[in-house]
Design a protein around this ligand. Structure first.
Ligand SMILES: Nc1ncnc2c1ncn2[C@@H]1O[C@H](COP(=O)(O)OP(=O)(O)OP(=O)(O)O)[C@@H](O)[C@H]1O
Length: 773
């Protein structure tokens, strides 16, 4: 018995009389819940209004008072603005669950916790321990729960309810089956996609909930096949941890690492909709503030750069910047001949290394020790050994002498990570000197010209070098100066605009004065904002998605950012790109596979229809690969798999026809313009397919204009790499045999992106194992 998407109230509706009385029961239930939901929204509105008033009051005070007053005012303003924005974000589907309990009042579950003015709890935050039975209670273990009710809402209206009875007398089939809130879950799974991921807070399943609420400490690995909700679970876990461990995580922050910028945009609404915005989201390519990776490495090059052995190569390269001269050297200081002895250099070096500081910072100790030697010799030569007052002048003479500066730099060269890595890859002799056991072939793979763009794999190497080298004062000072200049100019420009727009001026206030005011009273940075710009920031927790792709060097860079070793690592070994499959997570994790490793498995796919999931598994099997854990699809759909052969060799014209037909199909089923289609192509065919689609009437308009976000368009043309982690109503997969050339993981990823239908277009033979046409 259902109203709008899957609304059910108990009782078999086999006769017309039963059906009628059930409909009446549903209506009564909906009316009852509407009254409650109205009360909750009233409270939300009241809180929002109260915070809004306080914010306006604080802002009205204007930029005056002592610096401390101003700073307090800013803190309050930030707090109130934050509270208003949090309450705004939870507006949609605020209340979604109700638990009827054997020994207590009914309990409503929602996005946030809310109490009325008398402190009676109106709504329990989904993350609170008392909300747990909503996700975990089963027929076998109902605990105190007799009935679980899912509330379906649209805007603020209750449009349906779905009940599951957990007491033994009225046991519900769906609960016995292991899925909770079946109607709500299936409605969520079947909804047309909009190019952005939504939260799943109303329909989290028991195996997912266990992962979300798992303890904070240690490294938790979540292995799950395509569509099992790993990304959703990872995001909800981040929100849960921020709630349950706010004290610990608020100051240190949470870092989320995703596979691509498109992916980060795809998930960007989920955490705010859960009331959390203080998470730093990045990709490995963007991990190093100030460095942008725009280049691409081939698979083999990336594999060599990612090996743990590269850490030793880099350590040796840094050590190579510390050189003892073969023979004594003469240095001229103010017409006096001084001597640099190899033994003195050696002992000054030993002293500097004993500090344990990074290379650029330990250099200070080295230079001081060397200056001591040289100043002693200088004073002796000039007969001034015993005059401490003169010593300072002599020291300055020695320190600033050109010969001395050059010689000490040659012995202990300060450098930047970028400079050193660039030299290492551009100079085969240097690489050979430091490469240890690396083969000549691997060294040749690393070779490239100076000035080449940085790649994602370089970022982890640069990070390692930044750690070994420490800050380079000159480089840092130069960069800071340049940044300060830009910022000052920005502020003056902003102030000038403020002056002209507000009719200020008339000799009373200058742009510079206003700019100074903005800088001293400017908004406080949030933890996430500060963390995102600081390479040495250490986070309280790190969440890594598509973690099967990370290299040993990448894990080192992440572990450095999380000394507490508290991580959630989600991924699928079977979706790993390239031609180097791995059999276990400890192989992938490198250094992160410490003693606190725990593994969980998600087994049900909520995305891909069973027919498509089975086809993907069959293709893997045909290639001799079996996913580590079988995946069960939660549902199947008619016509979920279609295959069209492209006659005449080039598939592009057929792709155009198929894309046109699929868009029309969605128009017919979901309404004009609804739903998303992705054309997944082998990278080398992207241009040809995109060109053909862009020329085709009736298809062209569905594409994103060049240079804009493909997620905004109804029709996207993507490589498998770009499609990682995303999903679409329909996927048109072009030439699977060529996609397969990228490795078995690529074809598995490509085939499992659709939520409804996979349409394969091929001119070449289909991969072995593909279900016959
Ligand atoms: N409990 C749930 N209720 C409703 N929808 C769900 C649930 N779990 C997962 N989904 C939906 O299933 C789809 C796949 O989820 P998600 O992208 O998190 O899977 P994944 O395991 O990360 O997939 P992949 O590895 O293929 O990228 C999403 O649309 C997600 O919203």
């Amino acid at each position: 018995m259902r109203t709008e998407p899957g609304a059910r109230v108990p009782g078999p509706a086999t006769t017309p009389e039963n059906a009628a009385s059930a409909a009446v029961a549903v209506q009564a239930a909906v009316a009852e819940e509407q009254a409650y939901v109205d009360t909750v929204y009233e409270r939300l509105d009241a809180l929002r209004a109260a915070y809004g008033t306080r914010l306006a009051d604080v802002r009205r005070q204007g930029p005056s008072g002592s610096p401390q007053n101003r700073s307090e005012r800013d803190a309050f303003a930030a707090h109130y603005a934050d509270a208003v924005s949090r309450l705004d974000q939870v507006e949609s589907r605020l209340v979604f669950g109700r638990l009827d309990l054997r020994r207590d009042e009914p309990r409503y579950v929602g996005r946030v916790g809310l109490s009325d003015a008398e402190h009676n709890q109106l709504l329990v935050d989904w993350r609170a321990p008392s909300a747990r039975p909503f996700y975990q209670a089963t027929a076998a273990h109902p605990g105190d729960v007799v009935r679980r009710r899912h509330l379906m809402t649209r805007a603020r209206a209750v449009i349906g309810v779905e009940d599951e009875l957990l007491d033994h007398e009225h046991l519900d089939e769906a609960v016995a089956d292991g899925l909770t809130g079946e109607g709500a879950l299936f409605a969520a799974m079947s909804a047309a996609r909009e190019g952005r991921m939504h939260d799943i807070v109303a329909t989290i399943q028991a195996e997912q909930d266990a992962v979300i609420r798992s303890p904070l400490d240690g490294v938790l690995v979540v292995q799950g096949g395509p569509g099992t909700g790993k990304t959703a679970v990872a995001l909800h876990r981040a929100a849960f941890l921020l709630y349950a461990h706010r004290e610990r995580l608020e100051r240190s922050g949470v870092l989320l690492v995703g596979p691509s910028r498109v992916f980060l945009r795809y998930i960007e609404q989920v955490l705010p909709s859960l009331g959390e915005s203080d998470v730093v989201a990045t990709t490995m390519a963007d991990l190093l503030p100030g460095t942008t990776a725009t280049g691409e490495d081939g698979e083999e090059v990336a594999a060599v750069k990612g090996r743990a052995a590269m850490a030793q190569v880099l350590a040796r390269a840094v050590r190579g910047l510390q050189r003892v001269p073969d023979a004594e050297q003469e240095l001229m200081v103010e017409g006096t001949r001084l001597h640099l002895h190899p033994d003195q250099v050696r002992s000054a070096m030993a002293r500097a290394r004993r500090t344990g500081l990074p290379h650029n910072q330990a250099r200070d100790t080295f230079v001081l020790a060397m200056l001591d030697h040289l100043v002693r010799e200088y004073a002796g030569t000039r007969g001034m050994e015993d005059d401490p007052d003169e010593r300072a002048y002599l020291r300055e003479d020695v320190r600033t002498a050109r010969d001395v500066r050059v010689a000490l730099n040659l012995c202990w060269m300060p450098t930047t990570p970028h400079g050193l890595l660039e030299r290492l890859f551009a100079r085969p002799d240097l690489l050979e000197r430091h490469a240890g056991g690396m083969s000549a072939r691997d060294r040749a793979l690393l070779q490239r010209e100076k000035g080449s763009p940085w790649t994602e794999a370089d970022i982890a190497l640069l990070d390692e070098l930044a750690e070994l080298l420490g800050p380079h004062e000159q480089a840092q000072a130069g960069r800071a100066q340049a940044e300060a200049k830009i910022q000052a100019a920005e502020e003056v420009r902003f102030a000038q605009e403020a002056i002209s727009s507000q009719g200020l001026g008339m000799g009373m206030v200058t742009a510079e004065m206003l700019a100074e005011r903005f800088t001293t009273t400017g908004p406080r940075l949030t933890t996430a904002e500060r963390a995102a710009t600081d390479r040495t920031w250490t986070y309280g927790h790190i969440v890594v998605d598509e973690a099967q792709e990370l290299s040993a060097m990448a894990w080192r860079a992440l572990l450095r950012r999380c000394p507490a070793r508290s991580m959630t690592v989600v991924g699928d070994l079977a979706q790993r790109s390239g031609h180097h499959p791995v059999a276990s997570w400890s192989q992938v994790l490198g250094r992160a596979a410490g003693e606190h490793l725990r593994e969980s498995v998600l087994t049900v796919s909520y995305r891909t229809p069973a027919t498509v999931m089975d086809a993907a598994t069959a293709v893997l099997a045909g290639l001799g690969v079996a996913p580590a854990y079988p995946v069960r699809a939660a549902r199947d759909l008619p016509d979920a798999l279609a295959v069209t052969r492209a006659d005449g060799g080039a598939p592009a014209p057929t792709v155009v026809e198929v894309a046109r037909a699929e868009l029309a199909r969605l128009d017919a089923s979901d309404g004009p313009g609804a739903g998303r289609v992705a054309v997944i192509v082998p990278a080398r065919r992207r241009g040809e397919v995109l060109g053909a689609l862009a020329r085709a009437d009736g298809v062209r308009d569905a594409l994103a204009p060049a240079g804009t976000d493909p997620l905004e368009a109804r029709l996207a043309v993507l490589s498998t790499h770009d499609a990682k982690g995303l999903e679409f109503d329909v996927v048109v997969l072009v030439e699977p045999a060529e996609v397969l050339e990228g490795g078995t993981g690529d074809i598995y990823v490509a085939m499992t992106r659709p939520t409804r239908r996979l349409h394969v277009v091929h001119a070449r033979d289909l991969p072995e194992g593909f279900p016959v046409e």
